[in-house]
Design a protein around this ligand. Structure first.
Ligand code: GH3
Ligand code: MG
Length: 295
């Protein structure tokens, strides 16, 4: 696991780094509070941090406060390291957002167990977050998360005016698949469909399970041609070969409705969903296993 250590004294920093590397942590260092903050706010930041209280510029207390206020999408477990040991300082550090407190000079065994406890909590936090934001069967984003992503993309669109698209997909005759092959096979089809779609999307697209066999894809920066091309790629990925299940090979297909928001176009969240849903309805009506673009 990655861990940040922030200390303005190079010798302390080197010593801590050597000790933590010995315990198999991947160490990232910062020599002042500003740098620590910047690292902890970056996308691939460590989830564990040991922060010295006294540093030039932002001190450890400032770092804890800023990180707690600004980092909302994951938990950073922060241990404050300081020569101060009186209760009032411990209270101040914890009030600022620190999770734990170690007095200098520290005992190496104590440091090890405290870092280990922090690691357990950071791990658990991450597992809980993934559980709360993902669908257990397919591993895709769940409904709440994909709708949040869509809302963020819509807000970004209103600010930047660039185009983007969504695809509403629904597996065809899924009830029949369950009836003919059983629910377990149906589950396998859902999982395989999710994997096949993920494999043909771009890294910055988002795919979520909107409902039972309904999927929602958010495609940033796409115009109608690009979005339709992607939808067609998705369609082929699903119908090109049957899904192999324990109950036999299951021919599978997906119908999709595509809605595109052009540069500068104004649309509400519900209006956008409704557009894609209406196009999906037309795709079903016209015979399924097809892509319809909303107009
Ligand atoms: P259409 O082509 O019009 O979409 O027909 P359909 O049969 O796919 O649609 P319908 O809404 O009639 O049925 C959807 C079925 O999907 C019913 C439901 O039991 C099944 N389903 C929903 N979630 C799951 C799931 O997690 N696992 C399995 N195996 N089936 C599911
Ligand atoms: Mg269906």
């Amino acid at each position: 696991m990655k861990i940040l250590i922030a200390d303005d004294e190079p010798i302390s920093l080197l010593y801590l780094q050597a000790v933590l590397e010995e315990w198999d942590y991947e160490v990232v260092t910062a020599s002042d509070g500003n740098q620590a903050c910047e690292i902890l706010q970056s996308p691939d930041a460590p989830m564990l941090a040991i922060i010295d209280w006294m540093m030039p510029g932002m001190d450890g207390i400032d770092v804890c406060r800023v990180v707690r206020e600004s980092v909302k999408d994951r938990y950073v477990y922060m241990i404050m390291l300081t020569g101060k040991s009186e209760t009032e300082f411990i209270v101040e550090a914890m009030n600022a957002g620190a999770d734990d407190f170690i007095s200098k000079p520290f005992n190496i065994d104590e440091l090890q167990v405290r870092v280990r406890a922090g690691r357990r909590i950071a791990d658990l936090e991450q597992k809980l977050r993934i559980k709360a934001s993902h669908d257990a069967l397919t591993g895709l984003y769940n409904r709440g998360t994909i709708l949040e992503i869509l809302q963020k993309e819509l807000t970004r669109h209103q600010r930047n005016k660039h185009s983007f698209a969504i695809i509403f997909g629904d597996l065809d005759h899924f009830k029949r698949i369950n009836d003919d092959f059983g629910h377990l096979a149906g589950d396998m089809v859902l999982r395989e469909a999710a994997a096949r779609i993920s494999a043909v999307l771009r890294p910055y697209d988002s795919l979520g399970r909107y409902g039972g066999e309904e999927l929602l894809i958010v495609l940033p920066g796409c115009d109608a041609i690009e979005a339709t091309e992607i939808a067609e790629r998705v369609r082929l990925a699903i119908c090109n070969k049957p899904v192999t299940t324990d109950a036999g090979d299951v021919p599978t297909s997906l119908s999709m409705g595509v809605a595109v928001i052009a540069q500068g176009q104004q649309i509400s969240f519900n209006g956008l969903i409704h557009l894609a849903d209406a196009a999906l309805y037309i795709a079903k009506d016209k015979g399924r296993n097809r892509v319809e673009l909303a107009i």
